[in-house]
Design a protein. Sequence first.
Length: 665
Amino acid sequence: MDKIRTYLLNLSRRQKRVIQVATDVILVWIALWLAFVVRLGIEEALFPFEMHLSLFAFAPLIAIPLFVRFGMYRAVMRYFGNDALIAIVKAVSLSSLVLAVVMYWYSNPENLVPRSIVFNYWWLSLIMLGGLRLAMRQYFLGDWFSAAQHVPFTSRDDGLPRVAIYGAGAAGNQLVAALRMGRIMRPVAFIDDDESISDRVISGLQVFKPENMQQMIDRTGAQELLLAIPSSSRGRRREILGLLEGFPLHVRSVPGFMDLASGRVKVDDIQEVDIADLLGRDAVPAQGELLEHCIKGQCVLVTGAGGSIGSELCRQILALRPTTLLLFEHSEFNLYSICSELEQRVTRESLSVRVLPILGSVRNAHKLLEVMKTWGVDTVYHAAAYKHVPMVEHNIAEGVLNNVIGTLNTAQAALQSGVANFVLISTDKAVRPTNVMGSTKRLAEMTLQALSREVAPVLFGDAANVSRVNKTRFTMVRFGNVLGSSGSVIPLFHKQIKAGGPLTVTHPKITRYFMTIPEAAQLVIQAGSMGQGGDVFVLDMGEPVRIVELAEKMIHLSGLSVRSEKNLHGDIEIEFTGLRPGEKLYEELLIGDNVVATRHPMIMSANEDMLPWDELKQRLRQLLEAVDQDDYPLVRQLLRDTVSGYAPEGEIVDWIHQQRRSELL
């Protein structure tokens, strides 16, 4: 039978249509004959052709052209769906009506056709034409023989992974249809907490209650579970994931509601569980006026536009309709990637926004000033920075030049060109830092704080002899780790799980604050609209997360178990590697306790210590001289003297410093 199916599938389109038309002609005749049988009985209707031969000639001549007109031969049998069924109902109904008109127009008084014949012909045609197509769909999908042999749908052994689907609603049913057509996975059951449908059968699958999860696994042999609840809140998804964590199922998900609505993805685009669902915090709705305040109808520049935060800022800024969006990025590949994505979106959504990719480094002060003056930039989002703690610890000079001097260059260019709004993307690692990255980010904050207090700041470096009235409103927004960013632990864990482990965690007690990239970017835009000048805003990151617990959850939701002293036969081990240079056990978001609420429930304002610009300028000059001379002990000392709370731990691990020390020894 597989050979027959393959033969039919390999026929040309024309050959398939000829077979369909011929079959439909036969079915029309059979339906008409059965209509007489139902009305007159088998004996009287055994040979109705003698008296009604013309009727049997007219029936296919009327029906087939209408079937063609309603597209019944355009539908692909394997993907036969509700639209095709509706087309059959319309075509058969109209053909029956036309046949009735012909029947009574040309009827002979001696051989009148009973009126019920037309009704019988109508419903018999529907059953035969529609039923055959549904049966052939099952046949071509490979499900025919199990149904014919009364084999339960969930018990077939076809080698496909068996999956249960959490959510028996519209998304769940669409997913079942997609999986059956794609023949990549075998759906075996639904899980749903709706009492009205529990223990019922939907799309041929039994619906189990969540508390009967183990029973479902034992009965169906499910190996994976797909979450088909795209419109549920993140808090609800966290509850469900907590329930599923104790079962040996690889949990994956269909995309979220907004992704489905936007058309970016389809229901059957299965993905790993979003780690944001494990955190379970629902995002606070954005305040429209705060989002648009610094963007709509303005020229906006984003530095570090190709990075994790920078690229998401660009996506959200584009939706707020600036006149021009300038993408400033030193990585050619990252710039090309984000620019291509945004240009496609501009075309798709017919947006009247100019998107311009500009290659450049924030260490090039002249280029920054040239760009801001040329396009008359109104708002700058400064996301360019080196943020990987151990990497910056080993490359101190680059960390200082990029994070501190890069911010200073961008701020001075903004002052000189009259930029109205300047928003610095900062980090929780700037609070009582133990590493160079955190201390340089705090020093970048201090630079903006100092500049914001000066009415007419005398600038630094190449702009030292230029004085401008300060028209720029500087704002800093500080938050913790973002999920899925470059260098984040989440992609690393995914990679390690695929490789079979172990998962590497630096310390059993290490904790971090986490936030999704879209939420962080949205809050950054809103916070930037609230500043008065020199403000340091802190985002509400929720509760800190233990990294080892995050690792355990990811292992469990991959359908695997943790190998430990208590479970020697587990699948994946968690290995503790020790804290890296400059790394903290716990991150903080504030300096001091002077926190003020703002009009947004997720954004707070922190009162921070600062240095006057004249004093800070001297410190920056000394720091630059120390960097130029590769005097890293002096760099560390200057950072310690300038940045409140900076307490470096361990020896200096800069590669150049270590190499020179080894040569001296």
